[in-house]
Design a protein around this ligand. Structure first.
Ligand SMILES: Nc1ncnc2c1ncn2[C@@H]1O[C@H](COP(=O)(O)OP(=O)(O)O)[C@@H](O)[C@H]1O
Ligand SMILES: C=C(OP(=O)(O)O)C(=O)O
Ligand SMILES: [K+]
Ligand SMILES: [Mg+2]
Length: 638
C-alpha cells in the first residue's frame, strides 16, 4: 500500500520542474488509455475505475436502445413537472415537437435519436462526415495557444483556470503582449486609473492585431478608476520613500509648478474636511502609514508611522478608532464623470469586459447595463463587478446577480476590511458567484514578490493554489505583469500551479459537494440547467474525454462550466465576441464555428474539423449538449 502512495508522489516531484514555463506533468490519459495503464499504483491511490471501462462500453449500447435515457437525465423534480405540465414548454422552444410527448417520441424514434450512442461504423455518419468535409468553408477557429496545448498534453490536462494579465509599461509592446498570449493570458486588463486613453487604445489595437494575425483569442477587460481617494502623480517621480518620523503634507490644492518637497496631492476635494487630527492614514491598504497631526485649510500634515514606498496614484483610506472612515466619500458616485468617458471609450473600442470599481449596489450595474445596451446593441460587452468595499460585501448577492461576473479585488478590499477577514470574504464571493452562475476572478497580490524577484514565495504559491482549489474561474496579475520585472515568469507560475492543483484535485476526487441552486427564470432555462448538471455528472461517471456544447449566447456553456466537470468543455459558438468572453470561464475551450439547428450535422462537421487538426481522434468519448436542442448525446468520435 505504501508503494501506491509513493509512486504518484515521485511522479509529482519528477514532473514538477522549478517554476516552469512548461505546464509540467504528463498528459493525463484519456479514457481509452486507462485500460493500458501500466502502473496500478495510481489507481490504488485514486481508487477509480478499472472495472468501469468494460461496464461502460456495455452500458453505452444498452443505453442507446433505451428510450428513457434523455428523460432520466432530468432530475426527478423536473421529470415530475414535465409530466404534470407539458404545456409549459413554449411552442417556440427548440423542441422538435411540442411538449413532453415529443420528448419521448423523438427518443423512441430511432431514425432521429436524441441520445446518440455511437455506432461508429454507421453509413449515415460517414456520409454526413463527407458532406462536412467538403464544406471546407465551414472553418473552425480556436486559440492557437490552446490548440498547441491540446495537442501536446492531451485535452484532459488542459488548464481549466483562466488567467488575466494587467497590461502596463512592462508589457504594452507587441512582442511582450505576444509573449503573454503564448504564456496563456486569456484576458488582457487595462486599468483606466493609469495611463492615457491613447495609451490604452494602442494596447487594445496591438492585442486585436495579434488575435487576427496569430490566431489568439485574448479578450480585453477595461477597468474603471472609480471614485476612490488616491494620491496624485508624485510630480512625475516613479516613487517616493517615506521614512519613519517624517512629516508629509497631503493637500487638495492644485499645484501649478513642481510639487514642494514632502507634499502629496490628493484627488478628493473633501479630504481635508473629512479627516480629523488623530486619524490614521493608510497608503495602499497599509503599505505606508501616517497619523494626521494638523489641518491647515486644504493641507493636512501627517506624521509617518510606518515607513515605505509611495507609488503614483496609490489608494488612500483613513481610519478612526480602528474603523474605516466613510464620510462624504461614501456618497461619491460609483461611476465618476471621468469613468463615464472611459466607458464611452470602452464601448467605442468594443472591449469585451468593463470592470466597475467600488460597486456598492446592484442599481449602478443595472444602470450601466442599460447604458451599454443602448449604445452597443450587439450585446458584446460584459460587466464585471469589483467587490472591494464594505458596501459591496453587504450587498453581495444582489450585486453578483446584476453583474455578468465579479472580481475579488483584494487590494482595496484589504484596505477596507481587516486583512484577516479577506480570505473568508474571498471564499464567500467565489461561492456566491458559482451558485449564481457568474464567472469570478481572484485578483491582487497573488505573486506580489515577483514584481521584483524571479521566484515566488511559498506563501504566494499556497495563495494561488487556494484560489485554484476554490475553483475560481480566473486568476489575475496586477503589478506583476503591469510594471514588474518578470511578467512572463509570473504568468508561468500561475499556469503551472493551476494545472498542477487542478490535476491533484481531480485525482484526489475531493470535489466539493456544492449545491447548485436553480438560477433560470424560465422553465426552458431550468431544463437547460438540469441538462447541464446531468451531462456533467454523466461525464464524470463515464470518464468521458470532453463535453461539447453548441451555444449561441454562451449561456449553456457557462451552465456546464458551473458544474466544474472533470473533463474539459469544448464550447462552440458562432460569434467571435461570445467566444472571447467565454475565455474568462473555468474549463471552457471556446471555438468559433458556424453551425445549424441540425445537431447530427453539427457533430459530424465538428468531428471532422477537429480530427483534421489533430485535436481529437477516433474513439474519444464525447457528450454533447446544445441550446438549440435540449438533449444529451453520448458518442464515440467516429
Ligand atoms: N497603464 C499603466 N501605465 C502606467 N503604470 C501602470 C499602468 N497600469 C498599471 N500600472 C502600474 O502597475 C501597478 C499595478 O497595477 P494595478 O494593480 O492595476 O493598479 P493599482 O496599483 O492602482 O491598483 C500600478 O500601481 C501602476 O504602478
Ligand atoms: C483589482 C483591484 O483594483 P485596482 O487594481 O483597480 O485598484 C484591487 O483593488 O484589488
Ligand atoms: K481600477
Ligand atoms: Mg481596487
Amino acid at each position: 500500500m505504501e508503494n501506491c502512495f509513493l509512486w504518484p508522489e515521485r511522479e509529482i516531484l519528477a514532473s514538477l520542474p522549478p517554476l516552469l514555463p512548461d505546464d509540467g506533468g504528463r498528459p493525463e490519459r484519456g479514457r481509452r488509455d486507462r485500460t493500458s495503464q501500466s502502473s496500478p499504483g495510481l489507481y490504488a491511490l485514486n481508487s477509480p475505475p478499472p472495472p468501469k471501462f468494460t461496464a461502460m462500453s456495455q452500458s453505452l449500447h444498452l443505453v442507446s436502445r433505451s428510450p428513457h435515457f434523455t428523460f432520466s437525465a432530468l432530475s426527478s423534480a423536473h421529470k415530475a413537472s414535465l409530466l404534470a405540465s407539458p404545456c409549459r414548454i413554449p411552442a417556440s422552444s427548440s423542441f422538435p415537437c411540442n411538449g413532453v410527448l415529443s420528448l419521448t417520441a423523438s427518443i423512441s424514434d430511432s431514425s432521429s435519436p436524441r441520445v446518440v450512442v455511437s455506432d461508429n461504423g454507421s453509413g449515415s455518419v460517414r456520409a454526413a462526415a463527407a458532406v462536412a468535409d467538403s464544406a471546407a468553408s465551414a472553418a473552425i477557429e480556436v486559440d492557437a495557444v490552446t490548440e498547441v496545448e491540446l495537442k501536446e498534453n492531451g485535452f484532459r490536462s488542459t488548464r481549466r483556470t483562466k488567467l488575466v494579465c494587467t497590461i502596463g509599461p512592462a508589457t504594452c509592446g507587441s512582442e511582450q503582449l505576444e509573449a503573454l498570449a503564448v504564456g496563456g493570458m486569456n484576458v488582457a486588463r487595462i486599468n483606466m486609473c493609469h495611463g492615457t486613453r491613447e495609451w490604452h487604445k494602442r494596447v487594445i489595437e496591438r492585442v486585436r492585431k495579434l488575435n487576427e494575425e496569430k490566431g489568439y483569442a485574448v479578450a480585453i477587460m477595461m477597468d474603471t478608476e472609480g471614485s476612490e481617494i488616491h494620491m496624485g502623480d508624485l510630480g512625475g517621480a516613479s516613487s517616493a520613500k517615506a521614512e519613519d518620523g517624517e512629516i508629509w503634507t497631503f493637500s487638495v490644492r492644485a499645484f501649478d509648478s513642481a510639487l514642494p518637497e514632502y507634499t502629496i496631492n490628493v484627488n478628493y476635494e473633501g479630504f481635508a474636511e473629512d479627516v480629523k487630527v488623530g486619524d490614521e492614514l493608510l497608503v495602499d491598504g497599509g503599505m505606508v502609514r501616517f497619523e494626521v497631526i494638523e489641518k491647515i485649510g486644504p493641507d493636512v500634515k501627517c506624521l509617518c508611522t510606518d515607513p515605505g514606498l509611495l507609488l503614483p496614484r496609490a489608494n488612500l483610506t483613513f481610519w478612526r478608532d480602528g474603523s474605516l472612515v466613510r464620510e462624504r466619500n461614501a456618497m461619491l458616485p460609483t461611476i465618476s464623470s471621468k469613468d463615464w468617458l472611459d466607458i464611452d471609450f470602452g464601448i467605442a473600442e468594443k472591449v469585451d469586459f468593463i470592470a466597475i470599481s467600488f460597486v456598492k449596489s446592484a442599481e449602478v450595474l443595472n444602470h450601466l447595463k442599460s447604458y451599454i445596451a443602448a449604445r452597443s446593441p450587439h450585446g458584446g460587452i460584459s460587466v464585471i463587478a469589483k467587490i472591494e468595499s464594505i458596501d459591496s460585501l453587504k450587498n453581495l448577492e444582489e450585486i453578483v446577480l446584476a453583474s455578468d461576473g465579479a472580481m475579488v479585488a483584494r487590494g482595496d478590499l484589504g484596505a477596507q476590511i481587516p486583512l484577516e477577514q479577506v480570505p473568508s470574504a474571498q471564499q464567500k464571493i467565489v461561492q456566491v458567484c458559482r451558485q449564481l452562475n457568474k464567472p469570478v476572478i481572484v485578483a491582487s497580490q497573488l505573486l506580489e514578490s515577483m514584481i521584483e524577484y524571479p521566484t515566488p514565495t511559498r506563501a504566494e504559491v499556497a495563495d494561488v493554489s487556494e484560489a485554484v482549489r476554490q475553483r475560481a474561474d480566473a486568476l489575475m496579475l496586477s503589478g506583476e505583469s503591469a510594471m514588474g520585472q518578470y511578467p512572463e515568469k509570473a504568468l508561468a507560475v500561475l499556469r503551472s500551479v493551476s494545472v498542477r492543483i487542478e490535476k491533484w484535485w481531480r485525482e484526489e476526487k475531493r470535489h466539493e459537494a456544492m449545491v447548485l441552486p436553480p438560477v433560470g427564470s424560465s422553465f426552458s432555462d431550468s431544463i437547460s440547467e438540469e441538462i447541464c448538471i446531468s451531462a456533467a455528472k454523466m461525464a464524470n461517471n463515464l470518464g468521458v474525454d470532453a463535453l461539447f456544447v453548441y451555444t449561441h449566447s454562451g449561456h449553456m456553456a457557462s451552465l456546464l462550466s458551473r458544474c466544474r466537470p472533470d473533463c474539459p468543455i469544448f464550447a462552440f459558438t458562432t460569434t467571435p465576441s461570445v467566444r472571447r468572453r467565454l475565455n474568462l470561464q473555468w474549463g471552457l475551450i471556446p471555438f468559433r464555428l458556424s453551425f445549424s439547428d441540425d445537431m447530427e450535422n453539427n457533430l459530424n462537421k465538428t468531428f471532422s474539423l477537429l480530427k483534421a487538426r489533430g485535436m481529437i481522434k477516433s474513439g474519444d468519448l464525447v457528450i454533447a449538449v446544445s441550446d438549440m436542442l435540449q438533449s444529451i448525446q453520448v458518442m464515440n468520435v467516429p
